[in-house]
Design a protein around this ligand. Structure first.
Ligand code: FES
Ligand SMILES: [Fe+2]
Length: 399
């Protein structure tokens, strides 16, 4: 096989990635080191652990993370790996606890990760050096982000950006209405490459394409966008508009924010374009717009005036990944009274089922030793950006 440097050197500008990027276990390990363990990931919305002592366990490939809220209200994240002989310390998915007792030899950790007791250890055993490995945590617009890196990428510009996007949609006061996890028999990059382009939306997503304009030629979108932006500012809502792309080259986390219009008459992302939940944040009416955010390597967000979506892509093995889809609504909305779960989730459940099929068709196709990536179409601009960004991350010196 060609070396990694040879593969990078042979990459054809304007084309997709070659087979080894989806099939080779060594490249997958490099993905984990350069992208997964270097970048920030959204885990969830802070409202899933509202009270002191609440915790939830998250599995991300080989890693398991305990997310806790401690007595002073702050959120902590730590690896679920005992500092004695490595057993999983927390064995339940979700609950409320002030301490975790390892099921193996009963070392006991408080819910901020410090080791409170190690049974029958010698007198000179230093508990302070044996807490659970802590991860960096940031909460922005109600979203909880973690980074595995020792020195994480600068998150401040992302926080600022999220304040003027998700912040305007009131995400800090939102709640989780529904979560669903999808497993794909495909390399994680195939799932993300599919997510970021809408060239496939016309043929693959007839339901989505009825209300969303992204599959249209750019002149049509631009016209629709102009009237959408006018409606947004008439509502007094100020969301960054246009295309905002921040690279991660300068040690800052990458974020790409853009807005686009629904077709005239459509108000939100639903089966019939009609509202599905109470308006959120600064919205007093529907502007017919969608805000879309791509963050780091695995987090994707969609904001409508009445609900939001978090997409978490989780690489598992070289040939499998997961995606968790989280639906957000206003914090005080009550299911059955203010929203109907089936209507709220219909569009993106239908669309994701379609995506799963095409992602797995592609995964089977690229397995062929004769697969040669073709040219990326102009409508796949964001895919090209993702591929370019990924290759740069992968070409960096090892952390
Ligand atoms: S492995 Fe946890 S106490 Fe021994
Ligand atoms: Fe899709």
């Amino acid at each position: 096989m060609r070396t990694f440097d040879q593969l990078i050197a042979a990459h054809r500008a304007g084309h997709g990635l070659v087979r080894p990027f989806y099939m080779n276990p060594e490249i997958f390990e490099r993905d984990m080191e350069r992208v997964f363990r270097r970048h920030w990931h959204c885990l969830t919305h802070a409202s899933v652990i509202p009270n002191a002592g609440d915790f939830e366990l998250f599995r991300l490939g080989d890693e398991a993370v305990i997310l806790t809220r401690v007595a002073d209200g702050t959120i902590h994240a730590m690896l679920n790996v005992c500092r004695h002989r490595g057993a999983e310390v927390c064995t339940v998915q979700k609950g409320n606890a002030t301490a975790f007792v390892c099921p193996y030899h009963a070392w006991t950790y408080t819910n901020d990760g410090s080791l409170r007791a190690g049974r029958m250890m010698p007198k000179d055993f230093d508990r302070s050096q044996h807490g659970l490995k802590k991860l960096h945590v940031r909460v922005a617009a109600g979203l909880v982000f973690i980074s595995f890196a020792d020195k994480p990428l600068d998150f401040e510009p992302v926080e600022r950006s999220l304040r003027s996007s998700c912040g305007q949609y009131g995400w800090a006061d939102a709640k989780v209405a529904h979560r669903e996890t999808y497993s794909f028999s495909a390399n994680w990059k195939l799932a993300i490459e599919n997510y970021v382009e809408c060239y496939h939306c016309g043929p693959a997503h007839p339901e989505y394409s009825k209300t969303h304009s992204l599959k249209q030629p750019s002149e049509t979108i631009e016209k629709l966008n102009l009237s959408m932006e006018a409606r947004t500012s008439a509502l007094g809502v100020h969301i960054i508009s246009g295309d905002h792309w921040q690279h991660s080259a300068a040690g800052q986390e990458a974020i790409d924010t853009f807005r686009y219009a629904l077709f005239d008459g459509a108000e939100t992302g639903s089966e019939d374009g009609k509202p599905v939940a109470p308006l959120m944040g600064g919205f007093t009416a529907y502007d017919g717009g969608v805000t879309s955010i791509h963050l780091g390597g695995t987090t994707f967000l969609i904001c409508y005036p009445d609900h939001g979506l978090i997409y978490r892509f989780i690489p598992q093995t070289v040939g499998t990944c997961e995606m968790e889809l989280i639906w957000l609504v206003r914090g005080d909305a009550v299911e059955g009274r203010d929203y109907d779960l089936a209507r709220l989730t219909w569009l993106w459940r239908v669309t994701t089922a379609q995506d799963k099929k095409i992602i797995e068709h592609t995964a089977r196709g690229v397995r062929s030793h004769y697969f040669v990536p073709g040219p990326i179409a102009p409508m796949e601009r964001n895919e090209l950006r993702f591929i370019g960004w990924y290759l740069e991350e992968m070409s960096r010196a090892a952390p």
